[in-house]
Write a protein that binds this ligand. Structure first.
Ligand code: PMP
Length: 462
């Protein structure tokens, strides 16, 4: 009896599902400096499955139970990029269902491992097939649901309990947390559940609130919203996870969405890293896309605006990808600090500087360019750089007068390459290097120099 009285005062949850929701709103400081508005992030990682999807996963299961389509001991089947699977897994554990998650092979290994860790069976399907292809994860999910007895296919795309969860929970939380001051809601769009549920709730409260969806290049949403055309030419494989679609899910309510903004794969990845490093907010790929999309829209904002950007999931699911330097570098996403002449020299600093003497013959210059596979060479006299030659110049001269092969270089050379210091930025190098100036010399100290060519600069910028 005493225990019972005490326990009624304890602040406890009866199971993990009761901890879903009431996620914090956190001010974005450094990253939002370029916009005049106040910007807050709705950080959904404090949900027990570390993503916003816990909300709709539980709601879809409870609605299916109420409707009698999910029965005791049943098997829940879903095509999921991982986060919905995690939310479903927690609900299935507490409620005693078996779970099969069907993923496409673009999803991170971490996401698959996490699903297995919480007891789900994971089936992996190819990404680069049409949604109607029998191998697609849409088709496989549907097929499994017809084959497995007492099973239920969740279909987060068209199951409207998805957006209802956000209408009932996420929207009201945002309204209360901002005391009704929210003017803009910005979020990545996949199934459309988050944006449509939150958007509908907020618009009912105040129709002036702007609802901006973040889309990817390779997805159909933006064009469909702007033209009403479902354009298959918009569809191609992309890297950003969780947002953009090659279908129009029933959960996307285009009427509550005011604008779609597309963000590149690179920007989404780079801004995901910046959120971690500059704000200490360790969140996933779609969060980087969302904050970058908002910044792209900066000129539409004023100082009186209160913007909320929703961050869907946790950064730990991307440690093998976005937060892995090799993965980023392979895709050309890494913003390397390779920004000075010294950095470019370091890339080939193990090779000696090839030079010519002014009195050498043009034929020597040609042989050197061929042997060292280079296109330009500085020319020296008495330890000083007095000129330069490059292949296009030599070629032009020899076409006009082949006998110049035997002339001394000093008679045909161009002016010496400009000399820069190691700390000269790549931007400055770009200004110096032109059609007529194919390279610069970098002073390394102790009388040493090295060369940076037009090609080196292009390679650094690629
Ligand atoms: N970000 C991530 C990481 C997601 O998993 C999803 C869901 N596919 C989204 C964004 C998009 O959310 P919604 O499905 O509610 O539109």
């Amino acid at each position: 009896m005493t225990n019972f009285v005490q326990s009624s005062f304890m602040k406890v949850y009866n199971n993990i599902l009761e901890t879903i929701g009431n996620t914090p709103l956190v001010r974005i400081n450094k990253l939002a400096k370029s916009v005049p508005a106040q910007v807050f992030a709705k950080v959904e990682t404090t949900n027990p499955g570390n993503s916003v999807k816990d909300r709709m996963a539980l709601k879809m299961i409870e609605d299916a139970e109420r409707a009698g389509i999910l029965k005791p001991g049943g098997t829940v089947i879903e095509g999921t990029s991982g986060n919905t699977g995690m939310g479903l897994a927690l609900a299935c554990i507490i409620k005693g269902y078996k779970l099969i998650c069907v993923l496409n092979d673009k999803q991170s290994k971490e996401k698959m491992d996490i699903l297995r860790a919480v007891g789900a069976e994971v089936v992996v399907c190819p990404t680069a097939v049409e949604p109607t292809d029998p191998r697609s994860y849409y088709s496989v999910s549907r097929r499994l649901a017809t084959e497995i007895p007492n099973s239920w296919y969740v279909n987060q795309y068209d199951n409207l309990s998805n957006r209802t969860a956000h209408y009932e929970q996420t929207g009201p939380e945002l309204w209360e947390q901002t005391e009704g001051k929210i003017t803009h809601f910005v979020v990545g769009v996949g199934t459309g559940g988050t944006i449509s549920g939150v958007g509908q709730y907020l618009k009912e409260k105040n129709p002036n609130i702007q609802i901006w969806g973040i889309d990817t290049y390779g997805s159909v949403f933006k064009k469909y919203k702007e033209t009403g055309i479902f354009d298959e030419n918009e569809i191609y494989p992309y890297i950003t996870e969780g947002i953009g679609e090659d279908i129009l899910p029933a959960n996307v309510d285009f009427d509550v969405i005011d604008h779609f903004e597309k963000v590149t794969d690179k920007d989404a990845a780079v801004y995901t890293r910046r959120l971690a490093r500059e704000e200490g907010i360790f969140v996933g790929n779609s969060a980087g896309a969302a904050i970058k999309g908002l910044l792209q829209m900066g000129e539409k904002l004023t100082k009186d605006d209160v913007v909320v950007v929703l961050f869907h999931d946790h950064g730990s699911r991307y440690v093998g990808k976005i937060f892995n330097d090799d993965w980023m570098r392979e895709r050309g996403f890494l913003e390397e600090e390779l920004l000075t002449a010294g950095d470019l020299v370091a890339k080939h600093g193990n090779k000696p500087l090839v030079s010519l003497y002014a009195e050498e013959l043009v034929s020597h210059a040609i042989a050197k360019m061929r042997n060292f596979d280079i296109s330009q060479i500085p020319v020296m006299k008495d330890g000083q750089f007095v000129g330069s030659i490059d292949d296009s110049h030599v070629y032009q001269l020899l076409v006009e007068d082949p006998s110049l092969r035997d002339a001394p270089i000093s008679t045909i050379m161009n002016p010496a390459f400009p000399v820069v210091q190691q700390n000269t930025s790549v931007e400055e190098l770009c200004k110096l290097i032109s059609k007529h100036v194919p390279a610069v010399l970098v002073e390394l100290g102790n009388g040493k120099f090295h060369i940076v060519s037009r090609y080196d600069v292009i390679a650094a910028m690629a």
